[in-house]
Design a protein around this ligand. Sequence first.
Ligand code: AMP
Length: 399
Amino acid sequence: MSYYQSNQNNRFSNRNRNNNYGSRKKRSFGQYIDPSKFIRVAKPVKNEEYVPENNFSDFEVNVLISNNLQKMGYVSPSPIQDKTIPVALTGKDVVGIANTGTGKTAAFLIPVINKLMNDRSSRALILAPTRELAEQIEEQTRDIAKGSGLLGALLIGGVSMQPQLRDLRSNPQIIIGTPGRVKDHIERRTLKINDTNVVVLDEVDRMLDMGFIDDITEILNQTSSDRQSFFFSATMEGKVKTHIDNFSNNPVNIMVKTGDTSENVHQNVVHYITKDEKLEKLHDILTSEDTAKTLIFDDTHRNVEKLNDELINRGFKSDAIHGGKSQAQRQRALKKFKDSHVKVLVATDVAARGIDVSDITHVVNFSVPQSYDDYVHRIGRAGRAGRVGHALTFIEKRY
Ligand code: AMP
């Protein structure tokens, strides 16, 4: 069965149990961050100033793809799409410096799907650091490739192998997954990638942060040597550049000045002395007029659960995601948050990576992040799509 035809199968109904997703945490001790770094007035970036050089109709892609983009409401290319797609269609390797929210997913999916449609013997492998991100990529793949008859498999951890094995038996052209599970399948010989001639590594910086470098190296070494590769990363600093240099072949570097997402976010701190006061202050934030959708970060599974229970007891529509929950539970919570059935989502850092919910108005750091890097990632969840967001960080006042 083809999952890029309109009849979607129910492969995802069987998600379950035993995820070890939270175990790849990069550090156990936090660094000291000067609280003054949590205070800043937003200087919104005016995204609308960008004038694309191309229209979607200028790209020489299969008409089915153009029609699907139209149906998806994509009117004009985002900067990363405008610059990446023409280069990628020539078959060159691409290194894109872009973060989530820039439209980078379609920037690689459009040329990748086009290549697979032109040559049905081509095979693509798309790797992402988190299950959530892999799922979001897969959702967009379904939309962009709808009706193409291409076959795909989503290979992520924390869920049953059976549906994945079933999908793999039909020799899919597109594999989307997280490095751990993809490697698992290769080792079990349920996935062969020696004829994979298109590779995408999304959020390379995050994948390295999460310790996936060995898995990635092993996987890439098995793909075709004349492959076309795409690399996307929010930064090109240090090791990221070295690894990308090793994996790529004379790539075209595309840097799109999107501005730091945090430029769009009003940042401030909230002082508290007692735990009760902390909760009351959070309650006030959640009931204030301009708070529409809030992502709250806390440090441990237990604290996330406790805070979520407390908020529900107080009458808030809230849910929680963390690594101790099954993938199915996390998906349900994320969907409720996306569809605005709950207005508050309490999360740990790892579980919240890659979340793309465009209408989050507030990010609340109920616990101080482990590093400034984590802080920037957290607050980047607000202030999406050109909107101004708010980030509030709770700081304990000691006397
Ligand atoms: P990404 O950065 O790939 O995670 O995309 C962020 C969001 O922007 C997703 O919800 C996409 O569906 C949406 N998007 C991407 N490209 C376009 C476009 N050209 N026009 C409108 N929306 C887009």
